[in-house]
Design a protein around this ligand. Sequence first.
Ligand code: PLP
Ligand code: ZN
Length: 427
Amino acid sequence: MSYVLGLKCRECGQHYPQKGVHVCEVCFGPLEVQYDYSAMRGRVTRQSIESGGLNLWRYRDLLPIEGEPRTGLNSGFTPLRRARNLEKILGVKELYVKDDSANYPTWSYKERVVSVAITKAAELGYDTVGCASTGNLANSVAAHAAMAGLKAFVMIPHDLELGKVLGSLIFNPTMVRIQGNYDDVNRLCSEIADKYKWAIVNVNLRPFYTEGAKTFGFEVAEQLGWKLPRHTVCPTAGGTILPKIYKAYREFIDLGLVEDNHPKIYSAQAAGCNPVVEAIHAGRDLIKPQKPKTIAKSIAIGNPADGYYVVQAVKQSGGWGADATDQEIVDAIRLLARTEGIWTEPAGGTTLAATIKLIQSGRIPRDESICVCITGNGLKTVEVVVDQLAQPPSIPARLEAFDAYIHDSQTPAAAGAGNPVMTAGKA
Ligand SMILES: *Cc1c(COP(=O)(O)O)cnc(C)c1O
Ligand SMILES: [Zn+2]
């Protein structure tokens, strides 16, 4: 059974049936899925959710599909880890990492939105799906379209990391590199959606797509033992995930599944592309578009579609925002790896670096629970660390050679000596 009533304009309240539209014909406001929450009460319970599979569809009563899921049956329900080593280093009492670098099958939070959008596209009768992407979305659309047996058309900026490009191509979509930045790709995809009648997951299927991001927040709450973290730090690109995590928390509170601890949510961006954090700091609701210049390419969106709603969620919750320079991003990637054994990409480095700043500035108190949202995997972006890691020594395959290496490496002179910078990635 489905609790979906239809689509509704977020600005003027106009109703629409469920179809591939995302903008209100009356006022050009964005459309959002509307649910019958009163019918859910008493029916959507901790028990009903716990009886579902260990994947994102255990929350299907709160997702906009009518029939059976078409894909994503192995996606979601990623680890929520208590980060005790980081707690010590940062001097905080209770820190968690929600780790979507381990999300199946393409290792980012995008599995969540794509599983819902592709299921919906099939339900609405589309045979071709597509996206405008900074890389991870294209990977996920290409893989899930392959699983669901749909044609995929993915569009990316021309200058993405090799791992992100190959991570789509291997699934055999039609892929086009656009000579411009993400905002140019997105504008083109809006025109394509109108003209070709495809399901562009983050354009005309956006109302359904964005709902999938709620599952990140649902999982955090359930995995914490049906509790909310007091502080949640989340990266912002187009502005989908942050407001939807907050919405997930509010839905669980309203359904009586968790206690209201007044959860606060914080936006993390790269200093080289920080239009939302800049607006939060300036106390403005409107976003001033920027030209991105950062290694955090997956979140380099200068004109975020839902930036306004990120600012609203942050303000409403009493949260804040912080940005990080490229070097701070790489340092945080390495810190998370060596303390917790998690290799994230620059979006995750940005989020951890921002968390550290929010703690140091006193915005996040050290004695309250904190959740850091890790949204992507570092193996796709080796470029950002290749120059920062030392080449390991190479020795003959003899025990004396190893003994000599151990002896030398423990003498004071060798301790601080750097090895040659690794260049394997470029060779
Ligand atoms: C897409 C993406 C985000 C966030 O994007 P939103 O559009 O704000 O939801 C964060 N991290 C990674 C790794 C991503 O790929
Ligand atoms: Zn409207």
